[in-house]
Write a protein that binds this ligand. Structure first.
Ligand code: FES
Length: 147
């Protein structure tokens, strides 16, 4: 294979992988919740918000996006194994763009930083974790302590 063929083949493979990744990510549907109760800086969300019904089937979402009133950025609330929850503020720690949430990662559309669902940086240019909140839960609700 000569240099020209190698570059052509590499570019086609790269473009194809980007296309497949974009297609897979666009297949996931995020559930947005805006009717959120906030009392004494504690936000409460019904556990049932993690369930969506599609074509008559109840599907459990791994995460939901919360849009609290007066909050400049949404919060992604992830349901983890062992009935634990993780709440992450969707503001990139690099220059402040709004992050896109996916099942296992949060991606910044501005410069490509990525974070895991613990808020830790997995790809730069960001170098510090994103803001997370303390969570708790009972049989009906999940609570997020905002301050
Ligand atoms: S603002 Fe998110 S990577 Fe720059």
């Amino acid at each position: 294979m000569n240099r020209r063929d190698f570059i052509h083949t590499s570019c086609v493979a790269c473009a194809a992988s980007i296309g497949v990744l974009s297609l897979l990510q666009s297949c996931t549907t995020n559930k947005y919740v805006s009717n959120i109760k906030i009392e004494q800086n504690k936000l409460s969300v019904k556990r049932t918000e993690f369930t969506v019904v599609k074509k008559g089937k109840a599907i459990q979402q791994k995460f939901i996006i919360l849009k609290p009133e007066n909050s400049p950025f949404p919060i992604a609330l992830y349901q983890l194994p062992n009935d634990e929850f993780k709440a992450l503020y969707l503001q990139c720690s690099h220059l402040g763009c709004e992050l896109n949430a996916f099942e296992t990662t949060l991606v910044c559309p501005c410069h490509g930083a990525e974070f895991n669902t613990n808020g830790e940086v997995t790809q730069g240019p960001a170098i510090i974790p994103i803001k997370t909140f303390v969570t708790s839960s009972d049989a009906e609700n999940v609570y997020i302590q905002l301050a």
